[in-house]
Design a protein. Structure first.
Length: 95
């Protein structure tokens, strides 16, 4: 799964993936990113490198003091390649 970020200016960004119980699974980005369109990928692995179980995952994106949370990162692996649903597009908006 790929998260597309539209940053109007350089910003400190943090993207974290959670399971449905609210447990942090993996931090995908943490640090300063340059302005412009950026992408951050998730390979459906947790922080220890283990493949997560098929199911629903939540993510939270923070841009400085702004925050977006979405509950639409689900995937399934029915004996085939990963099938990410609803690719994520995140906009930091103005200021």
């Amino acid at each position: 799964m790929t998260f597309a970020l539209d940053l109007p200016h350089p910003a400190r960004v943090r993207i974290t993936v959670f399971d449905v119980s609210g447990r942090a699974i993996r931090e995908l980005a943490a640090g300063e990113l340059a302005a412009g369109r950026r992408t951050v990928g998730w390979d459906f692995e947790d922080a220890s490198g283990e493949r997560v179980s098929p199911g629903l995952y939540l993510y939270r994106a923070r841009f400085g003091s702004r925050e977006a949370s979405v509950a639409s990162s689900s995937w399934s692996d029915p004996a085939g390649p990963l099938a990410a649903r609803r690719p994520a597009a995140i906009s930091a908006g103005g200021a």
